[in-house]
Design a protein around this ligand. Structure first.
Ligand code: FAD
Length: 407
């Protein structure tokens, strides 16, 4: 603590997790010093709204959720375009790349991840883009304006958002998925085929089982992709959604326990009691499932920010929630609840698919407990399933498991 007795909190990353944490700290301890840093140029914006911004359904201005003035009024020191380059965990000091030292009593790492680049020669051309930030969305939008055909690459939610966004802006679209289906660990062949049908009905051509071998470039601009199957797809824009590499680098030299993300207990505390992690990067001990896992959703990041703040203030508040991810799927919706084989590969499942009704439902069980679900089409019964997941309800027999599929 500073000589004045004022507690000092440093938060790295101003996404949903970091910004929420800063605001809760300020509210709970009006005297404390809160510094919120980001290497981006902007205060918090709504990443979930970026697909709608890409489709021109939401104006750019509506994507922003905070202003620098609001932070000033709240007494939060907001430092945009400021990268934290190192953490001295023993001395409890965060070092920015520009040489500023920020001593802390508690530190939050809420640094999220960065998209895996498309691993193909030529993919560094300026019209081969990722989709993560406000700036990415502006760049994609500008390229859409001059394009006739686009290729979306990947089997993730982001690749879907790209395919849908390109199509909504009137482009011809090929959606390339390396595996046998979209969300390959969560869906199965029936679910994948249903998604392909829905995509095809919206004029999106889905190409499975092939990767981008190379990106031909002329005059510095990509002119298409060549697939591993030897096919050339001419296009003026390539968007990729190949998942995230989490930004754990900062903690590598600190001795803090890392796995794929930053390992925390159920209070989001890392193996260093002064360092907390929240949002996409936190590989937290989940009381609901009794295991550690990552959860890359907006609601999870908000809730983590709140819980981390309470515990940075000295509390012992566990994070107990059933994270959900709901997204449009062309003219229908997909909802994913709790834990799926993405993070629990050995989960058992039951499934019901009705292609004519464009309805699909799959439930996941670990040690007989219902831990998660995915629904396409109707989401009737979602709340009940969430309650059952929260209650750690057990379903040992196939009959009782299948009864849950009725909604
Ligand atoms: C296009 C898109 C659509 C999405 N749609 C949905 C949806 O429909 N539903 C849903 O639930 N979720 C959705 N998500 C996911 C959701 O937005 C994320 O899970 C959530 O925003 C993660 O928040 P976060 O605070 O953990 O991290 P982030 O928002 O990633 O923030 C981390 C910040 O830390 C900064 N940073 C990293 N390292 C440093 C450093 N060393 N120094 C300073 N700053 C640093 C980063 O630049 C970044 O600004 C979507 C994401 C995207 C990109």
């Amino acid at each position: 603590m500073a000589d004045s007795g004022v507690r000092r909190f440093v938060i790295i990353g101003n996404g949903a997790a970091g910004t929420t944490c800063a605001e809760v700290l300020r509210k709970q301890d009006p005297a404390c010093r809160v510094t919120l840093l980001t290497d981006e140029a902007y205060p918090l914006y709504n990443r979930v709204a970026l697909p709608r911004m890409l489709k021109l359904e939401v104006p750019e201005s509506k994507v922003f959720l905070r202003t620098p003035d609001a932070f000033e009024q709240a007494g939060i020191e907001f430092l945009p375009e400021t990268r934290v380059a190192a953490i001295d965990a023993a001395g409890r000091i965060a070092h920015t790349a520009s040489g500023r030292e920020l001593p802390y009593d508690a530190l939050l790492v809420a640094t999220g991840g960065r998209p895996h680049p498309l691993p193909a020669p030529g993919a560094d051309a300026p019209n081969c883009l990722n989709f993560q930030t406000f700036d990415d969305t502006l760049a994609l939008s500008r390229r859409i304006d001059g394009a006739r055909r686009a290729v979306a690459v990947g089997g993730s939610f982001i690749s879907y958002e790209l395919a849908e966004g390109f199509r909504a802006r009137g482009l011809e679209v090929v959606w390339m998925i390396r595996g046998p289906r979209w969300l390959r660990r969560i869906l199965d062949d029936e679910g994948g085929a249903l998604v392909d049908r829905i995509a095809a009905a919206h004029g999106v051509e889905v190409l499975h089982g092939q990767e981008v071998a190379r990106v031909p470039v002329r005059d510095g601009v990509a002119t298409g992709v060549v697939t591993t199957g030897g096919e050339t797809l001419d296009c003026q824009l390539v968007g990729s959604g190949l998942g995230l590499r989490l930004n754990t680098d900062l903690l590598e030299a600190t001795g803090v326990r890392l796995a794929t993300g930053v390992v925390t207990d159920d209070c989001l505390r890392t193996s260093d009691p002064a360092i907390f992690a929240a949002g996409d990067i936190a590989e937290y001990a989940d009381q609901v499932t009794g295991s550690h896992h990552l959860m890359g959703t907006w609601d999870n990041a908000l809730a983590h920010g709140r819980v981390a703040a309470m515990n940075m203030l000295g509390g012992n508040v566990p994070y107990v929630d059933v994270p959900t991810y709901q997204s449009g799927l062309f003219d229908t919706i997909i909802s994913v609840l709790g834990v799926t084989p993405e993070t629990a590969p050995d989960a058992e499942s039951v499934v019901r698919c009705d292609p004519e009704a464009r309805s699909y439902r799959k439930l996941f069980f670990v040690q007989n407990r219902l831990v998660g679900a995915v629904m396409i089409g109707s989401i009737k019964g979602k709340r009940k399933l969430m309650d059952l997941i929260r209650q750690r309800a057990e379903f040992a027999g196939q009959t009782e498991r299948r009864a849950l599929l009725q909604g």
